[in-house]
Design a protein around this ligand. Sequence first.
Ligand code: BMA
Length: 335
Amino acid sequence: MILKSAPCIYRSEFNPVLSQKDVPYDADLVFNAGVQKINGTYFMLFRNDYSSPRGSHNLAGTSIGLARSADGIRWEVDPEPRFNIKKSEKGEITRIYDPRLQVIDGEIYVCFAVDTRHGIRGGIARTDAEFRSFDILSMSAPDNRNMVLFPEKINGKFMRLERPFPVYSIGYDKFDVWCSDSPDLVYWGNTKLVLPCETLPFVNAKVGPAAPPVKTEKGWLTTFHAVRAVRAKKNGWERKWGKEYFAGIMLLDLVDPSKVIGICDQPLLAPEAPYETKGGFRNNVIFPGGMILEDNGEVKIYYGAADAVECLATANVDDLIALCLQNGNKKGETI
Ligand code: BMA
């Protein structure tokens, strides 16, 4: 089965918009970034898996870097990374990666995945306008990551989407999107299932939150990643890689975001462009981490491609909403 991207989405002609060559320090795989537009400037926190020696297939660590842009297309990277964890370090935390950004009431928050020696956790930190201090507010119990925050309180509570992975009870790679709420971004609870992975006809494995949701009149518009297991093939840096990652899109109820009120039953983005299908660490991966709704209705979606570079695709917000509602759910009722 060959899956294609939705006709209403356009890849930037500048893709990849950020890659190893743009980074002034040790860098190899530059991808899975979080992006926000703050006071007219675009900020990107990106993941950088670097190797030793540079360019070899021997990954030596992961750093998190900051890039800035005036137009969301051309980026300039700060001279030093914000975090750097070398594989040779023997601490409890072995890797911090896949940052997502959100602004709530003028405060900037970063959600991030954390590999520890005792499981994979999801962290939430408050940062400053220069992304220099990180005040960690909460760390999930393992195994749970891919957290994204909603941009405002809903019914008086902060809300997040998340993706726990219950391997013991459910089995390998059958994971779903959940949501939780919090009075203070520290204590999380009232957890509900949002998107079970079997909902989607085009994938046979896990789904997870992608970029943080944006608010529209019709509902919270949000991307997710959806995974299809395929016959293992050696087609990237990694010897054995047997999955494909797609971006999907759905609309959640404005008042109760645990309710899906519209979902596209086909991919929003399927791996097709050469930078998505060839030469990466893991080819055929699309992993969105940033979504910006511009005043003119353009939606910018930033995504990691092939676990190697960072890319941009754009679409009109009304077209994305129509995609979510096209399966007869025009009234926006709960599915
Ligand atoms: C997921 C995460 C992402 C990565 C994706 C594809 O499980 O590790 O960081 O982009 O796999 O490799």
